[in-house]
Design a protein around this ligand. Structure first.
Ligand code: ADP
Length: 471
């Protein structure tokens, strides 16, 4: 929060308190009138015209204050003028209801506590001194006979001349006023201190929040830059890598003449490394497409059965190299058609099968199954591999995640495959999840909505838009 905001807030708070003081004054006026009326009903000889005069005076001033406190600029002196007027009104009420014998003497205390709560630390002592002075002046004026003394009760009509009574009541009142001033002031100051600390803490929090937000924005900008960089770099790398691939392929296929076994072996290694590099570049490109929302999908109704069969067939030679039994079984025959982007789903399934092969040791088993289950086509890829540590399950579909256990095995990988697979499945309005036990194996599941379920079928408009973008 900026300093000027703080000042504005403080002023607003002050104005609220002052406006409250006006409301409280109306309330006190009402109570005084009510008590005077009740007292008169029970025979107290209050000087009612005098009380009405005091009340009218208080009402007039209160109206003036209510206007002043609603104005743009509040003069800091007004509340102090208010203190003086309030004490003067209290003194006149006390005067018209019996002076030193008035039952309204506690109004002085009420005034002290009330004002102390409303205003600054100076208000309490000023109230105390003004109240004591006006009360003393009243007693003096009444005693000198300059003001008449009203005697509201028949009992002890000379009480106001009794020195012991005057001293006891006067001293008691002044002491109580002093104690009230101190105690209420203390409470108010403690509250103000807490309030100030809270405001400061709030301010610090606002500042921290601002710093956090700008740091966050900076990070977002950097992330955007990074995505753009990866996208450009990957595009630039793909062309030379493709050229290398086809040159190596021609050599390996003996298109340019025979090779020695050693030469062929070396070229094959180069070719495989190049393929891995191409796969990495493709993954990076897919990730930047996902992050920039540029991954486009072309949905069509397809049968998954031949797609999975082809993928499994392609993977057989790698499985055979590791002596892994790789099988596929469609439990529901025939498999119902699904609404998919064939290429993207192939990529997703390929990732799952590749992972199963990569993370299953020699002699293991991989079973792929497809079945219909509650309006979904569920494909599962189950292996007897290394599994995923349970404390890392929540991170499996995040970018660049690689399990601790596979890092120790030093298998190659980027940690991007499952991130892409997850996105592809979600874009198909499908679900992806897994079950895994470290050291025992893993099963990944992909569930795709069947075309017959309109609620889950891909948005027709989206599909239309995608088809249109191809023209
Ligand atoms: P990569 O395989 O290139 O590391 P992926 O995103 O495909 O990246 O997988 C992320 C991580 O998830 C892997 O590094 C591995 O720790 C874990 N993982 C995925 N599939 C399996 C699996 N079938 N068995 C064990 N761990 C797996």
């Amino acid at each position: 929060m900026r300093p000027q905001d703080l000042v504005a807030l403080e002023q607003q708070e002050r104005r609220k308190r002052l406006q409250w003081s006006v409301v409280i004054r109306y309330l006190v006026i009402f109570i005084v009138v009510l008590l005077a009326w009740v007292g008169s009903q029970f025979g107290a000889a209050f000087f009612l015209p005098g009380i009405l005069f005091s009340v009218a005076m208080a009402l007039g001033f209160n109206l003036a204050f209510s206007y002043l406190y609603s104005r743009e600029q509040i003069n800091p002196m007004w509340p102090y003028v208010g203190i003086f007027i309030d004490m003067a009104v209290v003194t006149t009420i006390v005067h018209f209801t019996g002076g030193i014998t008035s039952v309204f003497l506690p109004l002085y205390l009420l005034q002290i506590v009330g004002t102390n709560v409303q205003f600054s630390r100076l208000a309490g002592p000023i109230n105390f001194f003004v109240g004591t002075a006006l009360f003393a002046l009243l007693l003096m004026l009444e005693r000198q006979g300059i003001f008449i003394h009203y005697t509201p009760f028949d009992v002890a009509p000379d009480l106001h001349e009794n020195f012991a009574y005057i001293a006891a009541t006067g001293v008691t009142l002044v002491v109580l006023m002093a104690v009230s001033t101190y105690r209420s002031g203390y409470v108010v100051r403690s509250l103000q201190r807490v309030e100030a600390e809270l405001a400061k803490a709030n301010e610090n929090l606002a500042r921290a929040n601002q710093t956090f937000q700008s740091a966050n924005q900076h990070l977002k900008d950097l992330d955007q830059l990074k995505t753009e960089f990866i996208s450009v770099a990957s595009h630039q790398l793909r062309t030379p890598l493709s050229a290398i691939k086809w040159s190596l392929k021609m050599l390996i296929d003996h298109d340019l003449g025979p090779l020695t076994v050693e030469q062929e072996d070396l070229l094959l290694k180069g070719y495989q490394s190049n393929e891995r590099m191409i796969a990495l570049i493709n993954d990076l490109l897919n990730v930047s497409r996902i992050e920039e929302g540029r991954m486009t999908f072309a949905f069509a109704v397809e049968n998954l059965d031949p797609i999975i069969r082809e993928l499994v067939e392609d993977a057989q030679h790698l499985a055979a190299e590791k002596h892994i039994a790789l099988t596929y079984q469609a439990e529901t025959q025939p498999l119902p058609p699904v609404w998919i982007d064939k290429q993207k789903l192939q990529l997703a399934l390929q990732n799952l099968i590749d992972n199963a092969l990569k993370y299953t040791s020699v002699g293991g088993i991989i079973g792929i199954q497809a079945r219909v289950q509650q309006q979904e086509l569920v494909v599962s890829v189950q292996d007897t591999g290394v599994g995923i540590p349970v404390n890392q399950h929540t991170r499996v579909f995040t970018k660049f995640f690689r399990g601790d256990n596979v890092m120790r095995m030093q298998t190659e990988g980027t940690g991007l495959g499952l991130f892409i697979t997850h996105d592809v499945v979600v874009k198909h309005r499908g679900r992806i999840w897994f079950e895994s036990h470290e050291g025992r194996g893993t099963t990944f599941y992909i569930a795709l909505p069947l075309t017959g379920t309109p609620a889950q079928a891909p948005n027709q408009k989206e599909h239309f838009d995608q088809v249109m973008t191809k023209f």
